[in-house]
Design a protein around this ligand. Sequence first.
Ligand code: UT7
Length: 330
Amino acid sequence: MQSQPFHSRASLTAFGTYVPEQVLDNAGMERLVETSDEWIVQRTGIHERRIAASTEFCSDLCFAAVRNMQERYNCDLSDVDFILVATSSPDTYFPSMAARIQGEFGIAQCGAADIQAACAGFVTALQLANGLLLTGAHRKILVVGAETLSKITDYTDRTSCILFGDGAGAALLEQSAEGCILGSFVSTTGAGGHHLYRSSLAPAINGHPIKMNGKMVQNGREVYKWAVSQLPQGIAALLARCNYSVEDLDWFVPHSANMRIVESVCEKSGISLGKTLTSVADYGNTSAASIPLSLDLALQAQRIRRGDLVLLYGFGGGLTEAALLMRWTL
Ligand code: UT7
């Protein structure tokens, strides 16, 4: 693939996360469905997940992640001029979670919108924020990925309920002369949309009848096959477009869907697991929150450093993919 010029005005200036207190470990899962710690760990790499309290909703997780960011980076949010929230499990479709953040933090003058791109949502929101900064119309954008998947998980379906957990991450992108985003990649396989969905109004996707229970439904095997065949191509395409190779990467941060998917993609792409950041063992699959949670585990362990070359790769319902190559600027 030919290299193409890519423009960025975005600099990452602050970062924060939040996970609910309640832990649901595999022993707890064994009490809910016919499963075992051994099966879950072997097939997914998950040991535990966090579950929001019955009174705690997506907006609360968003607020907590933003507050965590403020505490850690002492950042001023009064001049944020756009808020983007990636989520598949908002408390309400409207008002958006982004509008709720605006209200909670009393940000005087800013746009607000939620992004629906499932597990590719956080990276998609970063891509959109980069574009908004590039136009010059916006200077400071708050991007949040937040999920309360436990509220839309079907706990009678043992093949999927063992995967999901709750959490949130927030990032502040500000205009700077030297942008930190070096390139991006997107791809969509809409024909496979019925393999992973949450129903709302229509009883079919692509002509396939779907379960109308308002919960997440997944054909795990199909999504698994799709992910392990798509990601190596996407990684190679993005790196070639930016004139980098896998050897140049300091960190690969795939969506933490399942450790087996991550291992297979790393093997096919020639990326060492030692350079790969995940949150799946501690938090399960947290969809739009998984990439920020993985980044934060590494930040807390002082593994990521300013200047590191980082490849983020979200993928999931849609079926959607969104990847981004960036220099870490914190
Ligand atoms: O975040 C969005 C993207 N999502 C993903 O990337 C998820 C992709 N898919 C997956 O992660 C995996 O497909 C799963 C973890 C969901 C399932 O793993 P699998 O290795 O694909 O299992 P399977 O569905 O092929 O089932 C294998 C066996 C079956 O038994 P038989 O038919 O071989 O006798 C299942 O009934 O495992 C059985 N099984 C379980 N056994 C114990 C399925 N779920 C469980 C369970 N505990 N929880």
